[in-house]
Write a protein that binds this ligand. Structure first.
Ligand SMILES: Nc1nc2c(ncn2[C@@H]2O[C@H](COP(=O)(O)OP(=O)(O)OP(=O)(O)O)[C@@H](O)[C@H]2O)c(=O)[nH]1
Ligand SMILES: [Mg+2]
Length: 219
């Protein structure tokens, strides 16, 4: 690695360290490759794969697929749509060959009907709670512009009860002004009892922060 101090001689040791650490992190965070592997609806051999899984869960249409696309800098690795309820399976994507991003179906889509909604709910709970999948990190995505729904609270409670490491991502912050943004983030934090990361899959704001958290959890 290039020694920064040789190029910028006035830097003190602390700044030099920060820049080197920054370079190191950037190398770690680069997404070089992302591929769809398969969709599952229950027990599957892929769950026995030792590579770490990072799962994305949240209400239908909240932007789970878009968040994954923003992380891997691909427009349509994961199908995203203005029609809620498109994702019905648990979709596995392999990232840089050494970990999985897992796109879960969205909960709380009214038009799915009670039976369809219950099926999706059971599938999500099985993934999170059965012990077969063991995700290293669950990214619980909520809409930054809407108060968390009872299902979001239930999901946060289940993740806590199951002892699954999770972060709350408040997506679509690009739609909010500064005042709305800080007000809503506080409200979401209070409702879900967890720290909230502001995010926009559209502008990619928050991307580096989330990639670092993912990197930490997969180590
Ligand atoms: N403004 C804005 N729109 C977004 C953002 N993220 C997603 N969207 C839009 O929200 C809609 C739903 O996005 P998806 O990524 O398909 O949502 P999903 O959670 O995967 O939806 P399901 O698979 O149906 O549960 C699409 O129209 C996206 O373009 C964002 O950060 N900002
Ligand atoms: Mg989706």
């Amino acid at each position: 690695m290039i020694k920064i101090g040789l190029i910028v001689p006035h830097l003190n040791k602390a700044s030099e360290f920060c820049i080197l650490a920054g370079l190191w992190f950037n190398v770690l965070m680069e997404v070089k490759n992302a591929e769809f592997v398969k969709g599952i609806i229950g027990t599957d051999p892929i769950l026995g794969d030792p590579r770490p899984q990072v799962a994305f869960v949240g209400r239908s249409n909240v932007g789970k697929s878009s968040v994954i696309n923003s992380l891997v800098l691909r427009k349509s690795l994961v199908k995203s749509s203005s029609m809620p309820g498109k994702t019905r399976e648990i979709n596995f994507f392999v990232i840089n060959g050494d970990r999985f991003f897992v796109d879960l179906p969205g909960y709380g889509f009214a038009r799915m009907g009670a039976k369809g909604a219950e099926k999706i709910r059971k599938l999500i709970l099985w993934y999170i709670g059965s012990g077969e999948a063991k995700p290293k990190l669950v990214v619980l995505i909520v809409d930054a512009g809407v108060s968390p729904m009872p299902q979001d609270k239930e999901m946060a409670d289940i993740l806590r009860a199951e002892g699954r490491p999770f972060v709350v991502l408040a997506n679509k912050v690009d739609r909010l002004n500064q005042t709305e943004r800080s007000h809503n983030l506080k409200a979401i934090e209070a409702a879900l009892g967890a720290e909230v990361i502001p995010y926009s899959a559209r502008t990619k704001s928050g991307r580096e922060n989330l990639l670092e958290i993912i990197e930490e959890s997969c180590r």
